[in-house]
Design a protein around this ligand. Structure first.
Ligand SMILES: Cc1cc2nc3c(=O)[nH]c(=O)nc-3n(C[C@H](O)[C@H](O)[C@H](O)COP(=O)(O)OP(=O)(O)OC[C@H]3O[C@@H](n4cnc5c(N)ncnc54)[C@H](O)[C@@H]3O)c2cc1C
Length: 298
């Protein structure tokens, strides 16, 4: 049954400091529910399954949480950066193509205009499309509360299914992405029921660099929808490191990947299909980025 909106309260903070004071109430009572684009929250309200709480904290007007900044070490995305901001950003397209490719596949244009990077992270769906790129790129979440700031590596941000390394009074303020290693190449691929506007059955992102001999000297592989949380495929990475890409190695990496992932049957897909597709995506990744592939653009 739909939630009754008239029983809910929406607070519109004047500025970020005000928002953090409101979030501070979580330490002594009910946690206010941060609301960014609302594209997940309104689905839950419509389905009658909203998160516990009566007070929504509308972040949309906070200019401190907007903007994309570049410096010598990388790029910082404000929490309210939308997927339209990301897909239309020339520098991000050049330096983080796996992230901009993911942004272009989140819902349709209307959703991309409202859906934010922090909302995708905090919603914590194992099918969230920006999560594998953020994990492959070694992102760091900047969390803020009235108590101060914490930097949380994305690789340790999910403790379990929809269980975040975020205190009840903390907001995600920014997401920091370091520059990818020079000469590395990136990959993103989402497989859903259809080519557009579908939730991922399997989603993968990766980064690969070959040394002068053509052997793998950097590889980051991240997969979504194949476990309770988005994960790095460390065993498959280990199988590839130091090796030249050839068919026998691809087979070995596919076998290693089986030890990294733990897909389940659910309404969107089944375990066997996900295992096959995850292996196929790994193979495509190695084919697209391996020896003979076009040089990365800068
Ligand atoms: C039609 C449709 C299609 C979609 N397609 C896709 C898709 O293809 N791929 C995909 O990944 N997702 C998809 N989504 C899901 C959704 O659009 C994304 O997860 C989006 O990024 C959520 O961002 P938001 O700003 O709308 O979050 P909101 O709905 O505002 O919030 C989502 C969650 O994040 C929390 N939150 C928001 N901001 C913060 C913050 N700064 N700090 C702490 N917590 C915060 C909220 O409390 C809530 O728990 C789709 C949704 C719809 C309705």
């Amino acid at each position: 049954m739909r939630s009754t909106l008239s029983t809910l309260e929406v607070e519109r903070p004047r500025d970020l400091a005000h928002a953090l004071r409101i979030m501070g109430r979580a330490t002594s009572g009910e946690r206010p529910i941060p609301m960014a684009g609302g594209t997940d929250l309104f689905v839950y309200l419509n389905a009658g399954t909203p998160p516990p709480g009566r007070v929504y904290l509308d972040l949309w007007g906070l200019k401190e949480l907007r903007g994309i900044r570049e410096d010598t070490g990388g790029v910082t995305l404000g929490a309210l950066t939308t997927f339209t901001d990301i897909r239309d950003h020339a520098l991000l397209r050049r330096r983080f193509p796996c992230l901009t490719a993911a942004a272009a596949e989140v819902g349709g244009r209307q959703i991309q205009n409202r859906a934010t990077i922090a909302g995708n992270i905090a919603n914590a769906s194992p099918a969230g499309d920006s999560l594998p790129p953020l994990m492959a790129l070694g992102a760091v979440v900047h969390a803020l509360s009235a108590r101060g700031r914490r930097d949380i590596p994305f690789s340790s941000f999910y403790r379990g299914y929809r269980d975040l390394e975020l205190a009840p009074d903390e907001l995600i303020a920014e997401v920091r992405i370091p520059w990818a290693p020079t000469r590395s190449r990136q990959f993103f691929r989402k497989v859903g029921t259809r080519r557009a506007q579908s939730i991922s059955k399997v989603v993968a992102a990766g980064l690969l660099r070959l040394d002068a001999r053509g052997a793998v000297d950097r590889v980051h592989l991240a997969f979504g929808s194949v476990a309770p949380v988005t994960l790095r495929a460390h065993r498959a990475e280990q199988a590839l490191l130091g090796q030249r890409i050839k068919p026998a190695l691809v087979e070995e990496a596919r076998r290693a990947l089986l030890e990294d992932i733990a897909p389940i049957d659910d309404i969107r897909s089944d375990r066997e299909y996900r295992i096959t597709v995850a292996g196929n995506l790994l193979e495509q990744f190695l084919r697209d980025l391996g020896p003979g592939a076009a040089a990365p653009a800068r």
